[in-house]
Design a protein around this ligand. Structure first.
Ligand SMILES: NC(=O)C1=CN([C@@H]2O[C@H](COP(=O)(O)OP(=O)(O)OC[C@H]3O[C@@H](n4cnc5c(N)ncnc54)[C@H](O)[C@@H]3O)[C@@H](O)[C@H]2O)C=CC1
Ligand SMILES: O=C(O)[C@H]1O[C@H](OP(=O)(O)OP(=O)(O)OC[C@H]2O[C@@H](n3ccc(=O)[nH]c3=O)[C@H](O)[C@@H]2O)[C@H](O)[C@@H](O)[C@@H]1O
Length: 480
């Protein structure tokens, strides 16, 4: 029986390995992690991450050929194929701080593999890493090799949160990069044999190591660039009376451009887009390509602009101050169908409003009060470290309350900000909400989920990203 061990039981390691286990009953899959709490949760009825369909998949194979364990060394020792899916945060100190990837966790995993292994191993980069990381990993492993043969593969993951199971069952492509030697190609084939149990063979792409590593960074950069492009145009829509939904639809109808990923928003969030672009920027700079670095930097700058533009719209519309006013925030996760808040635009928007002394009441169907308070108190990039290494009990931000109901959150509020596109926000009783708010009642839709015209009929003053402006807002300058 082939044995797979995955180091890192996070958003990628957990779902990816669960799907391999469910699709390949003849393979034993063990997911290991240094976080005891995380492993306990994977072994319980309350999985550590919320992902539609994940519970079912885990239930089908946990205890059969899928196991979660903290016995990292034992399972690494026994495995034929080792996936490494640990954190690769942005460095906060030293050389490359604020841009370069911090490979501390990767390096410690590689050293541990070298220490405990007694048989040949295929080591698979599942984490997103800088191009050429495989070379460094190879050096760590082979300098300690004791005659063991290690093959390093790059097999980046393209799943998106909220649709992870769907994406893993039916991926657009699986990418495997390996050395162009007979041993390298044999390892590529061994990993390919796992995926072709359920992925059509023509969707399993094989490349050299560096192409696979760089393709992942490039794919995320292209995706984020589309959002920054549509968000940049959204600002122009507001200035001219064009409607971003109509513009994006018309642009996306061109088959060369395509309709996906053109939703204007308050800004993109999530654990990877910003981190991976910063990483790309750093690699370009290190390779003497400042023009290319500056090109990609702009994608992040527009994203920051979009978030601060939104805050400025809120404040300027409400008589240039939100001091002491109650602002209800609907949605805190970085997108719908996940409880993940890493780099969510809600953090920057809330911090912006708090900076103007607002009193904020937040409701998100999947995010706990504890998480929100941690996010608002944490320093930038601290969130991307294993949970037990993060600051334990940050001081709670007093002007922030969290409720478990949208009606409660909006009661007595002066304004509402919709920051995540949860489906339930479309179906709320906005008349009821309006009746219980201070007047004039403002609604700022950062995700274009509400029908602005209907809400205006109720009496709301509505701002929606990239949409023709409410008469109330027309003469107010939107300085970013
Ligand atoms: N979250 C996502 O949707 C995607 C993430 N990625 C990449 O996958 C990698 C992992 O991301 P996530 O799963 O989101 O992170 P995560 O933070 O959810 O999971 C990483 C896990 O690794 C564990 N860990 C760290 N060092 C360890 C060690 N030495 N030994 C054992 N366990 C260790 C941590 O305790 C944590 O549970 C990152 O490089 C990320 O860029 C790639 C595609 C999608
Ligand atoms: O490397 C990663 O971590 C992953 O990053 C993204 O996945 P994810 O961040 O989970 O979610 P997305 O659906 O890409 O959304 C990212 C952000 O962009 C925003 N977004 C997305 C699409 C859009 O049209 N407009 C928009 O503002 C979302 O609301 C969210 O805040 C990529 O889509 C995955 O392919 C990749 O594997």
């Amino acid at each position: 029986m082939v044995k797979i061990c995955c180091i890192g039981a996070g958003y990628v390691g957990g779902p990816t390995m669960a799907v391999i286990a469910v699709k390949c009953p003849a393979i034993e899959v063990v997911v290991v992690d240094i976080s005891v709490a995380r492993i306990n949760a994977w072994n319980s009825d309350q999985l550590p991450i919320y992902e539609p369909g994940l519970d079912d998949v885990v239930k089908q194979c946990r205890g059969r050929n899928l196991f979660f364990s903290t016995e990292v060394e034992k399972h690494v020792f026994e495995a034929d194929i080792i996936f490494v899916s640990v954190n690769t945060p942005t460095k906060t100190r030293g050389l490359g701080a604020g841009k370069a990837a911090d490979l501390t966790y990767w390096e410690s995993a590689a050293r541990m593999i070298a220490d405990v292994s007694k048989s040949d191993k295929i080591v698979v980069e599942k984490s997103t890493v800088p191009v050429k990381t495989a070379e460094a990993i190879e050096k760590i492993l082979t300098h300690n090799s004791k005659g063991i043969n290690y093959q390093i593969l790059s097999n980046p993951e393209f799943l998106a949160e909220g649709t992870a199971i769907q994406d893993l069952f039916n991926p657009d492509r699986v990418l495997i990069g390996g050395r162009e030697t007979p041993e390298g190609q044999k390892a590529v084939q061994a990993l390919k044999d796992v995926y072709i149990q359920w992925v059509p063979e023509d969707r399993v792409l094989t490349t050299n190591l560096w192409s696979a590593e760089l393709s992942k960074l490039a794919a995320n950069a292209f995706l984020a660039q589309r959002i920054s492009s549509v968000n940049a145009i959204s600002a122009l829509c507001e200035a001219t009376g064009a409607n971003i939904t109509e513009v994006a639809y018309s642009v996306g109808k061109d088959s060369r451009i395509g309709p996906k990923f053109l939703n204007a928003s308050v800004g993109f969030g999530g654990s990877c887009f910003q981190k991976d672009i910063l990483n790309l920027v750093y690699i370009c700079e290190c390779n003497g390509l400042p023009e290319v670095a500056n090109y990609w930097k702009q994608v992040i700058k527009i994203n920051d602009y979009q978030k601060s533009r939104f805050v400025n719209r809120v404040v300027s519309s409400m008589f240039n101050t939100v001091s002491g006013k109650k602002i209800a925030v609907l949605g805190f996760a970085f997108k719908k169908d996940t409880g993940d808040t890493r780099e969510t635009p809600a953090i920057d928007v809330c911090k912006g409003l708090l900076g103007d002394k607002a009193s904020i009441n937040i409701y998100d169907p999947q995010v706990t009060e504890d998480q929100i308070q941690r996010d608002l108190a944490m320093n930038k990039f601290d969130w991307d470290h294993p949970i037990h290494l993060q600051p334990m009990s940050p001081t709670a931000v007093k002007q922030v309350a969290v409720t478990w109901d949208a009606y409660e959150a909006t009661k007595g509020a002066h304004g509402i900000c919709i920051l995540t596109e949860w489906d339930e926000f479309k179906a709320l009783d906005y008349q009821r909400i309006y009746n219980n708010m201070q007047k004039p009642a403002f609604l700022f839709d950062g995700r274009n989920v509400v029908d602005a015209e209907k809400l205006r009929e109720i009496g709301f003053i509505v701002y929606a990203i990239g949409k023709p402006l409410d008469p109330w807002l027309k003469d107010i300058p939107a300085v970013a």
